[in-house]
Design a protein around this ligand. Structure first.
Ligand SMILES: Nc1nc2c(ncn2[C@@H]2O[C@H](COP(=O)(O)OP(=O)(O)OP(=O)(O)O)[C@@H](O)[C@H]2O)c(=O)[nH]1
Ligand SMILES: [Mg+2]
Length: 191
């Protein structure tokens, strides 16, 4: 869970894992890990959710936690315009320092849309970058499940693709190949 402080990282996690919500704000220190088992496309997936301390001015989030992550939820507080800029800056830093990881964006506090500072044009801008946006509310539960399940799906697909793409130097790995090579007597070629 990445984002500025107070955007609702802990609240979204608590909504998703425990179906609970609290108005009381206890800022997170360090990292708390929660676990939830879900089903995606018939696969049982265990999500380990790392709820991190939010990024404050002068105190950037620790990217070394993100290094080992399969993906992440980038949380922006729709009612705090500054959290939009912080979110974009975090995403830029992850992209530069770690690279492409599956992620979804939660524009949170959708129950307070009348107080939102983040406008449609800003959201359209993120959408145009190909970011997957969910207008969530940890308070009402709106789109929370959808955001996490979409992330889990993206992670599964990314891992399938990386298995397909894994370097395969040995034709012996494929039973079909080795049978053909055996049949015509040619020796396996190393590419
Ligand atoms: N109205 C409304 N308030 C929310 C929502 N999500 C979180 N809040 C409130 O916003 C405050 C901060 O929420 P947290 O979940 O603690 O935010 P956080 O991102 O974990 O904050 P840090 O740990 O300090 O980075 C709390 O008072 C929450 O009750 C929401 O969807 N709607
Ligand atoms: Mg927190």
């Amino acid at each position: 869970m990445l984002g500025s402080f107070g955007v609702g990282k802990t609240s979204l996690t608590a909504r998703f894992v425990y179906s609970q919500y609290s108005e009381t704000y206890h800022t997170s220190l360090g990292v708390k890990v929660d676990k939830k088992v879900i089903e995606v496309d018939g696969n049982e997936v265990t999500l380990m959710l790392w709820d991190m301390a939010g990024e404050e001015e002068g105190a950037p989030i620790k990217l070394n936690y993100v290094n080992d992550a399969a993906g992440y939820v980038l949380v922006i507080d729709g009612s705090r315009g500054n959290s939009f800029d912080v979110g974009v800056s975090i995403q830029d830093r992850v992209q530069t320092n770690i690279g492409d990881l599956p992620f979804v964006v939660a524009i949170n506090k959708a129950d307070q849309r009348e107080r939102w500072e983040v406008g449609d044009a800003q959201l359209a801008d993120l959408g145009a970058r190909g970011w997957r946006l969910f207008e969530t509310s940890a308070k009402t539960g709106e789109k929370v499940e959808e955001a996490f399940l979409t992330l889990a799906g993206l992670i599964l697909r990314a891992q399938e693709v990386s298995m397909d793409d894994s370097p395969d130097d040995s034709p012996d790995d494929s039973p079909d190949d080795s049978m053909e090579e055996g049949a015509d007597g040619s020796s396996p070629k190393l590419t």
